[in-house]
Design a protein. Structure first.
Lengths: 338, 338
DNA sequence: GTAGGGGAGTTATCCGGTTCAGGAGAGGGA
DNA sequence: TCCCTCTCCTGAACCGGATAACTCCCCTAC
């Protein structure tokens, strides 16, 4: 029941281990006849190269890592990561790379996971997501000298390669769309304030809203509860906004529910925009206007870069397409001033 | 910049590789003084055991696998898998086990992934999810002789160990709750018909509903669109149901939206129950009555069993707690017959 | 006739850690 | 003094492949 090795194949074929190694790796040094015979035997007994043995020869581990540092309940409800992973794996699978996944609870733990994986030669590189300002993980990974692709804004990725999309542009597009619809009081329910992409959006939002009667950003932890609470507070203020942009879909749905509960009509009294389109945004009534990104493609681009990096190529920052606005029923003209 | 090996430590400590190996593995054969010295040096230079070298000696790979066979868009929107993974990893992390993840598009591809991982000695075992009837993956995995924990009903898991929960009981609890509220026409919007847990629920539902004026089950692919379509059809029938049970939360939310769009009041005219509680179920209005399970715990139990199996222990089927009903605003008494 | 060249294999070594079979030296009992 | 045991440590082999270097052998060319 032991797994077959090249030595077994060699015995069967009546040649040396080396001939088998050459034959199975397409190297010169064996005749075509012998090669065919060896390949046939390998096939027949179901031989697979032992990844440990290969890795031991300084070869690649054929594996990359991803550590996610978010509470389980948020990870579960945010389609983003699963879609990202799907996209990443589409590329990895083609090159027979595996993905090592770990959910951690702190950046310190995350760094520790990287150090361990790298020290144990388990992985050839990692993806880094959810960049913070002065992120200790960046310096840590730079120090390790491991191939890394940062999925996030290059301004904070240090010397590490980055794959990113211009959230600022998406914000500007959204705001000017809302302004064109006659909205003067726009609010934004944002995600975690420490994240770089939150800050980028914050800043772009503030700039795009200059000159408007009112604009405000509220930070949350991405959960529906906080999204609902923020919405309730916003809609309770005397000069309540006529449009709210949410940083994820679960908060947008929560906000929509709050509006309905408070008898605020969507889109007549309130327009809602969700960041990141998802089936969820489309099944609620009215369907949510959303900032659509091709997240699997985003992940695929990151994976391609990481593999290139591992092969020793140098990889300049790659700017993916910005999210684009998909108008649906949740946005409409602002009701003229009452 | 090379990663340190035990040979480096040996040189530094002035002993042989073997002494270092013994010292670092807590084996007898070195004095406490020497052991302390070696451990200190290892610590100082940041040594980690090369996992490939260890694996090569017949040791465990310290890694388990999970392949998910669902389209990316469904995976993303269903919190189930991410929560399951979080739970699994909580246990794995304690034992320094890693999780290898792959998203595949067919069972054939999934089996191929298992064969490859196992053949390459990358993993010590796998989780099998989304069991079908006459599942070829079961026989395939039995043939490989690899440790496997099936997350699903033991009736179809063959000789493989199973961790499961009694969906039938949850269905019965739900139906009797609805009946107690005066509902006589109950519908169920179910998931993929091929899945064992769908069939288990189907059967339990049919049995629990015996004697009712009407009960019907509609199968879907778990997407919000199909959930909405099914709901629309159900609510358009002359004898429309007064209660609908959905197999996941995204379909329940879609159903709720359809009801609202059709001016069917929830819960006055229609009660809604969602399978698997999630933040999503709680943020919509009215909040959804849901079948709550502790999914991370479910994953944790499965992981414990898989690790036990890998250690050579025998693992009987483990029945986890059944989902329990969490009543919220989406269910109420059936309106008396008009 | 012989040097040269290449095809087809082989042997030896290495990767980093584990394991087994000793071996040196100290200590103890008869 | 001899032998035995125990502690602490070492050399060698091994895991499954990759790779450098070498050996044949046959064919060609000068």
């Amino acid at each position: 029941m032991k797994r077959p090795t090249i030595a077994d194949i060699a015995t069967r074929a009546g040649v040396s281990k080396v001939a088998v190694s050459y034959a199975l790796n397409g190297q010169p040094g064996v005749s075509e006849a012998t090669r065919a015979r060896i390949v046939a035997i390998a096939d027949e007994i179901g031989w697979r190269p032992n990844s440990a043995a290969r890795a031991l020869n300084g070869a690649r581990a054929n594996c990359v890592g991803l550590a996610l540092c978010r509470p389980a309940r948020i990870l579960g409800v945010e389609p983003f990561f699963m879609e990202l992973i799907s996209g990443i794996e589409g590329v990895l699978a083609d090159r027979s790379y595996a993905l090592l996944l770990q959910v951690v609870t702190s950046h310190q733990q995350e760094s520790e996971v990287y150090r361990r994986w790298w020290g144990e030669s388990r992985i050839d590189g990692v993806f880094l997501v959810d960049l913070h300002y002065s992120d200790t993980r960046v310096t840590e990974l730079e120090r390790l000298g491991m191939p890394v692709v940062v999925i996030g804004h290059p301004s904070e990725s240090g010397t590490l390669s980055a794959v990113w999309s211009d959230d600022g542009q998406a914000v500007r597009e959204t705001v000017s769309y809302l302004v064109a619809l006659g909205h003067h009081r726009i609010a934004r329910v944002a995600g975690l304030p420490g994240l770089v992409h939150t800050a980028v959006r914050d800043q772009a939002f503030a700039q795009a809203c200059e000159g408007l009667a009112e604009h405000v950003t509220v930070h949350t932890d991405y959960t529906g509860e906080e999204g609902a609470r923020a919405t309730r507070r916003l809609l309770s203020s005397p000069d309540r906004p006529t449009a709210i942009v949410y940083d994820n879909d679960i908060m947008a749905v929560a906000g929509l529910s709050v509006a309905q509960e408070m008898r605020v009509e969507v889109p007549a009294d309130l327009s809602i925009v969700a960041w990141d389109d998802s089936p969820l945004a489309q099944v609620v009534r009215p369907p949510l206007t959303a900032l659509t990104r091709d997240i699997p493609a985003y992940g695929a681009h990151a994976a391609q870069r990481l593999l290139a990096l591992i092969s020793g190529e140098s990889v300049p920052p790659f700017e993916d397409r910005a999210a684009s606005l998909t108008p649906r029923g949740s946005t409409g003209p602002a009701r003229s001033h009452t």
